[in-house]
Write a protein that binds this ligand. Structure first.
Ligand SMILES: Nc1nc2c(c(=O)[nH]1)N[C@H]1C(S)=C(S)[C@@H](COP(=O)(O)OP(=O)(O)OC[C@H]3O[C@@H](n4cnc5c(=O)[nH]c(N)nc54)[C@H](O)[C@@H]3O)O[C@H]1N2
Ligand SMILES: Nc1nc2c(c(=O)[nH]1)N[C@H]1C(S)=C(S)[C@@H](COP(=O)(O)OP(=O)(O)OC[C@H]3O[C@@H](n4cnc5c(=O)[nH]c(N)nc54)[C@H](O)[C@@H]3O)O[C@H]1N2
Ligand SMILES: [Mo]
Length: 768
């Protein structure tokens, strides 16, 4: 009998402090310093010539789409270059000249590599040839592409049931890659397609589908420019969507007001210098938010209810506050909502929010007087147990104001990954879409599975319970992105085969199944030529616009392959030519893929042509005020309830957030300069009163614990930083804190992990 071989890999890397330097949180974001930072990163990682060439093409008409966030590009992008500091960092990170090849892996084992931090791992650079980690080995070795595809094919054919395989997708893949992947998975016979949306905007998808009939936002970029009021809720655009600040600034120049609803006064919202405006860079910057409501973590429902109550009361008093005409024609549930609101007491609601009544009244006044209102939101709303309801409350506000389906108004869930929305549109989903299945039968001529598959939470559970044996990932860093790092690691390590299609090294390459494949792929900035023909890809922005992307840089190595080609060859090898789709040909000519997308996915007709230039918008029923797909053919107001976290006296509510120098699990650097943190990630942001109550001083070293279902989870060694954050709340960075998030606690309906409201206790260990 073969002994059970277990690699001794670390889930955290060595836990050490890196040398914190503290400053005051910054008042103004971007500006010259942003540009300087961007160029510093790019030059260091990619060299000066490569950097300038690439930066000048990023987000331009005939260039490539920025690999960072999904914020749309204006029709007439700035000539100075339509990118931001963090876009430039994302590009530098992908186009880095640092490489890891076979000789590197021969010297260093996965066990040794796992002692490095996520920051150090990413710094090692691009993976430049396919590698295999064989059973009972701790060293990756080179493998030919064909052998890698044969290995995958053999494992897949060896399964008793297609549902024993799981296929994850991260949101950087193109529409073409995602479509091929989604169709291969269905042709193979499962809907086990968890994707990063499950941990991200799934809650928005569910809430918006149930209330407005489409799981995406309704606004276009121009709508933000002309809005009278924009609410920015649970979002930190200065760091995560910096180009959005230009749109907010434009709105302000046109007379609009910006309201930020966030436990933290995030820097970009306080004051902003537009790097694309020369006059601005010399001045002192624009204050962006007119009002900041420092709501307590997960008290958005209390806040929204109070706002709704006050709007209803004002309307009763002087009229013209609520759009009754719109409600009568398009909306269900008004009387029920008003009745329900009456059962709440204003004082109690206000106390729960932690926001002053004066600020709430100012906000209500703006909402009462205006009707061109946009609500933008991100992870501050989507990652709570009641996330779907939180979002529905903000939809309630929009519906009462008639602020959907007209210019300068509507919903704007601000997407994360640069093509996460497109991936979903073209077929990455764990649930069953009957219309898509019908089109697949008609045009792709195979029978797709008709049972729903695993999302992220269920995928982890299935692997843990050994119901799944093969785990294939198109991008991402599943281990570190998912909740409950320890449990997720055990789950992944139960697999017979794990496959990572990746650009850069990360911990998911080290904590693997018995056999692991590391298949290196192109980044978006790289030139993709097939048989002498330049290929392009397409992506969908956060506002539903589809555009082309053409890389221009020389690929990191001649041994790497594009995502569509890898998927095509994987499918070709698996089916051995015995399938209705010509997989091999599809991987060689992306026009062929797009012509299949045209036929199978509604709204994508003639993408080859229409995606040129500034692209085209996908259909959106909310823009047409068409709610036929909903009960009674009407948009739905929602009745929600207030959350009850049942905190013990020593417990605090933790939100896990991003620093300025990271892209999800990719750590670019150790600074979070807007929040005044330099050269350290192991920090927690804490209210000074809470520090006093817990006898903690600045820079004390603490462990964090969570306790769900009688299981104590611990994340070790953080430095306490006094910060302006509501009492009872703390903040720390992910992925370091994912050890604390229980895998089986997630949002109702969307199953998004509760990454923004984790009950924790703080245990003092020592002085720094
Ligand atoms: N540079 C960079 N850009 C990125 C990313 C990145 O990591 N780096 N990630 C990309 C991805 S995938 C995504 S999804 C987005 C994420 O973009 P964001 O959602 O902006 O990212 P987070 O850091 O998670 O920030 C959440 C914000 O919500 C606030 N918040 C937390 N809890 C609550 C609450 O209960 N109520 C309210 N009102 N606010 C709350 C926090 O204070 C914080 O400002 O960014 C995308 N863009
Ligand atoms: N606690 C906590 N956990 C969270 C969150 C949180 O706020 N708090 N946020 C969640 C959110 S919003 C998200 S979206 C997920 C993110 O989850 P993922 O999307 O799984 O994680 P990323 O860190 O974006 O993935 C980074 C890796 O992707 C690979 N990669 C980069 N570019 C490409 C490419 O073009 N092609 C391919 N094939 N690979 C590429 C690189 O190898 C890189 O190491 O994390 C979630 N996890
Ligand atoms: Mo995300």
């Amino acid at each position: 009998m073969e002994k059970d071989f277990k690699r001794n890999v670390s889930l955290t890397g060595e836990i050490t402090f890196t040398g914190l330097r503290l400053q005051k949180p910054m008042q103004t974001s971007a500006g010259l310093l942003g540009v300087k930072e961007a160029l510093r990163h790019s030059f260091k990682e990619m060299g000066v010539v490569r950097s300038m060439r690439a930066l000048l093409e990023m987000n331009q008409e005939d260039g490539f789409r920025c690999p960072s966030c999904a914020w749309p590009v204006p029709e007439h992008p700035s000539k100075i270059a339509e990118y931001c500091e963090n876009g430039a960092k994302a590009l530098a990170d992908e186009a880095t000249t640092a490489h890891v090849a076979a000789d590197f892996f021969a010297k260093i084992s996965v066990e040794e590599l796992s002692r490095l931090s996520d920051f150090e791992l990413n710094k090692l650079g691009r993976v430049v040839e396919p590698m295999v980690l064989k059973p009972n080995s701790i060293h990756y070795e080179p493998i030919s592409w064909q052998d890698a595809f044969e290995l995958i094919s053999e494992e897949l054919h060896g399964l008793e049931n297609p549902d024993e395989a799981i296929f994850y997708t991260s949101g950087r893949s193109s529409n073409e890659a995602a479509f091929l992947y989604g169709m291969f998975v269905r042709a193979f016979g499962t809907n086990n397609m968890p994707d990063c949306s499950n941990m991200c905007h799934e809650s928005s998808g569910v809430a918006l589908s149930e209330t407005l009939g489409i799981g995406k936002g309704s606004v276009k970029l121009d709508d933000l420019y002309g809005a009278e009021v924009i609410l920015v809720v649970g979002q930190n655009p200065g760091t995560n969507h910096p180009r959005m600040l230009s749109a907010l600034e434009k709105c302000k120049r046109n007379g609009g007001k910006i309201i930020s609803i966030n436990p933290l006064a995030e820097t970009g919202l306080v004051s902003f210098k537009n790097p694309q405006s020369v006059s601005d860079m010399l001045g002192s910057g624009q204050p962006i938010a007119d009002i900041h409501l420092p709501v307590k973590i997960n008290e958005d429902i209390a806040l929204a209810k109070l706002i709704l109550k006050k709007l209803v009361a004002l309307d009763a008093k002087k009229g013209s506050v609520i759009d009754h005409e719109f409600i009568v024609e398009y909306v269900d549930g008004y009387d029920r909502l008003v009745q329900d609101l009456a059962s709440y007491d204003s004082e109690t609601l206000q106390q729960r929010t932690g926001v002053s009544m004066r600020k709430i009244d100012k906000t209500v006044q703006l909402l009462a007087e205006n009707s061109k209102i946009v609500v933008c939101w991100a992870m501050g709303l989507t990652q709570h147990k009641n996330a779907v309801e939180c979002i529905k409350e903000y939809v309630n506000i929009l519906l009462l104001k008639g602020a959907v389906g007209k210019p300068f108004a509507g919903t704007c869930p601000v997407r994360g990954h640069s093509n996460v929305q497109g991936d979903r549109s073209v077929g990455i989903m764990h649930y069953v879409n009957k219309t898509l299945n019908q089109k697949i039968r008609e045009h792709l001529k195979f029978e797709p599975p008709t049972e729903p598959g695993y999302d992220t939470v269920n995928a982890i559970k299935a692997m843990h319970e050994k119901k799944a044996k093969v785990f294939i990932c198109l991008g991402g860093n599943f281990l570190m992105a998912a909740s409950d790092t320890q449990y997720t690691a055990e789950a992944i390590q139960n697999c017979a085969l794990t496959v990572q299609i990746s650009t850069k090294l990360n911990r998911s390459h080290l904590v693997t199944g018995k056999t692991a494949l590391l298949l290196p792929t192109f980044g978006r900035s790289e030139k993709d030529e097939k048989n002498g023909n330049l290929q392009f890809l397409t992506m969908e922005s956060s506002t539903g616009k589809v555009r082309q992307s053409k890389g221009l840089l020389k690929p990191a190595s001649k041994h790497i392959k594009s995502e569509p080609e890898i998927i095509a060859l994987m499918a070709h090898t698996y089916f051995k030519g015995n399938h209705s789709m010509d997989w091999h040909a599809l991987g060689q000519d992306y026009n062929l893929i797009r012509s299949l997308i045209d036929k199978t996915v509604k709204g994508f007709e003639n993408t080859n042509e229409r995606s040129k230039g500034f692209g085209y918008y996908l259909p959106n029923n909310v823009r047409e005020r068409d709610f036929r797909m909903l009960p009674n053919g009407r948009a739905q107001l929602s009745i929600t309830s207030l959350p009850d976290h049942k905190l013990e006296p020593d417990e605090l509510l933790l939100m896990t957030i991003r620093s300025h120098d990271q892209f999800n699990t990719t750590i670019y650097g150790l600074n979070d300069r807007y929040r005044g943190i330099h050269n350290e990630r192991r920090v927690i942001f804490m209210n000074e009163q809470d520090m006093l109550d817990k006898h903690l001083s600045k820079l004390d070293v603490v462990n964090l614990h969570s306790n769900y279902d009688d299981l104590k989870r611990t994340a070790e060694k953080f430095l306490v930083i006094p910060y302006e954050i509501p009492k009872g709340n703390i903040a720390a960075y992910f992925p370091e804190t994912n050890l604390l998030v229980p895998y089986n606690h997630f949002a109702d309906k969307s199953q998004t992990p509760i990454s923004k409201s984790i009950k924790v206790t703080v245990e003092k260990i020592s002085k720094y």
